[in-house]
Design a protein around this ligand. Structure first.
Ligand code: ADP
Length: 467
């Protein structure tokens, strides 16, 4: 079996704590005794350091610190303030700074230089996400010719939007140095294909292949999954039960929990969600006292400015709605600006009658899948899902899809979810569970690796992306 080399900004050194990517890549690297290369997570003065090498459970790690200037320019700057907003369709929030772009390019080159001497001829290189758009090209420039793949965890927007990045061509050309480029959805893949044909002069060979400079590039959708079985188990854990016990007094005998769980980010559409709940209370006085919407969204360290504004907006919206509708014994919206661990979240998902997942744009959205995995199949809750979450492509048959900009429509969907008969809830849940358990994180990894390593001595399993 060929050695796998994973490249991602954050590695799972210290053991994978949580999250799809960390766990998926960790398992693959343990299986293949692979190498994981990336940022150490440390910011070190001004002196550039080389790589630190260590091993955990047979996985080799090679990590390097960022200097303060790199952390500012490459990570907080270009990746977070230019690429993240554009890739989430928010050109209005993007800040393009030439120096930060130069820094991003330098970091990619520096990382490639550190990695290249550690590569062996037969390695498979798997690069992750928008932090490393040009990495494959930088490795090629150093002489690397082996199989190399890239997976974009966030959306790829339509060409008109991506073209707002001043250096869009250099970034996209860099990505095209990969043999396989993976996206979360067919729509992201098609946006990229359209862009590459129009702007790079690529030729579209078929839906899943481009040709550029005489090379064939596979482009394909591999929707990322979760470890659904594990998450279902978590929903029965002691910590899950304890969390349920803590929230139960607040729900009383008859109050339905509506739950939102997000990282605090403008892409998540939390203010829109608050407005929809406000509209629901306008429209349905019979629900007063009968629902409890809890929104969990901890502050983010790296997005301080955006966070402050969002936070103010949420405080004021929640304050107004609670002021208008709350009563001595009822608070309609509870907004918790703190974090809960996965066990606790799994328990809360399990008793939530409605999972409210309404991002304005999202690569996939794993919260939607976790919500499904945690439900009791005999009495499942209902997933209200944004049509702009990557997950909507897979979950459209079981979820109630909404346009998060449509306040009235979202309010109606929440109402429908709250009043849905058991038979329909079960039918919808079955459709959702089939996807979430069938196309889980192992399925995602094997699907990508099968394409990255067509010589085929992967796990031997036949993977169908058609579900
Ligand atoms: P993103 O990658 O943009 O944060 P996802 O929904 O795809 O969005 O993944 C988020 C992951 O982080 C999920 O596994 C989820 O359980 C976890 N998470 C999100 N919000 C919170 C929160 N408020 N507290 C704890 N964990 C969270």
């Amino acid at each position: 079996m060929k050695r796998l080399v994973g490249v991602s900004n954050r590695t799972a050194a210290g053991g994978p704590k949580a999250g799809g990517l960390a766990v998926a890549l960790w398992d693959a690297l343990v299986q293949r005794k692979g190498l994981w290369f990336g940022w150490s997570g440390e910011v070190a003065g001004t002196a550039r350091r080389g790589v630190e090498l260590f091993e955990e459970e047979g996985v080799e790690f090679a990590v390097t610190d960022l200097t303060e200037a790199e952390h500012e320019g490459y990570y907080l700057g270009y990746a977070n303030r230019a690429l993240w907003p554009v890739l989430h369709y928010r050109v209005d929030l993007a800040n393009f700074d030439e120096e930060q772009y130069d820094c991003y390019r330098d970091v990619n080159r520096r990382f490639a230089k550190l990695l290249y001497p550690r590569l062996r001829e037969d390695d498979l290189v798997w690069i992750h996400d928008y932090h490393f758009f040009p990495m494959a090209q930088d490795l090629r420039d150093l002489g690397w010719t082996g199989r190399t793949g890239f997976f974009l965890h966030v959306p790829f927007p339509p060409p008109e939007i991506f073209k707002s990045v001043p250096d869009h061509r250099a970034l996209a050309k860099g990505v095209c140095a990969n043999d396989v480029i993976g996206f979360q959805t067919v729509s992201d893949r098609d946006n990229f294909a359209k862009y590459s044909v129009a702007e790079l002069g690529a030729k579209q060979l078929d839906d899943e292949a481009l040709s550029l400079d005489g090379r064939r590039i596979a482009i394909r959708a591999y929707p990322i999954g979760i470890d659904a079985v594990e998450f279902q188990k978590l929903s029965h854990s002691e910590e899950a039960k304890a969390a349920i016990e803590r929230i139960e007094p607040f729900l009383g005998d008859s109050r339905a929990l509506i739950l939102g769980v997000d990282r605090m980010d403008y892409s998540k559409g939390i203010p829109n969600r608050f407005q929809a709940v406000g509209r629901l209370l306008d429209n349905a006085p019979e629900l007063h006292g009968k629902i409890a919407y809890t929104q969990i969204a901890p502050p983010s360290r790296t997005k301080v400015e955006e966070y402050a504004e969002l936070r103010e907006q949420l405080d004021s919206l929640a304050g107004r709605i609670n002021g208008d509708y709350g009563d001595l014994d009822w608070i309609p919206i509870r907004y918790l600006a703190r974090s809960y661990n996965r066990d606790q979240l799994a328990g809360l998902y399990r008793i939530a009658r409605v999972g409210l997942v309404t991002p304005l744009h999202d690569g996939m959205n794993l919260v939607a899948k976790e919500y499904v995995a945690a439900q009791d199949p005999e009495d499942p809750g209902v997933l209200v899902l944004s049509q702009f979450a990557g997950a909507a492509e897979q979950l459209k048959d079981g979820a109630l899809l909404v346009n998060p900009h449509d306040t009235a429509g979202t309010a109606d969907a929440i109402h429908e979810a709250l009043t849905m008969p058991l038979a329909e809830r079960k039918r919808r849940h079955e459709a959702l569970a089939e996807v979430v358990f069938g196309q889980d994180i192992a399925w995602w990894r094997e699907a990508f690796l099968a394409d990255l390593d067509p010589s085929g001595n992967g796990s031997g399993s036949v993977v169908s992306l058609r579900g």
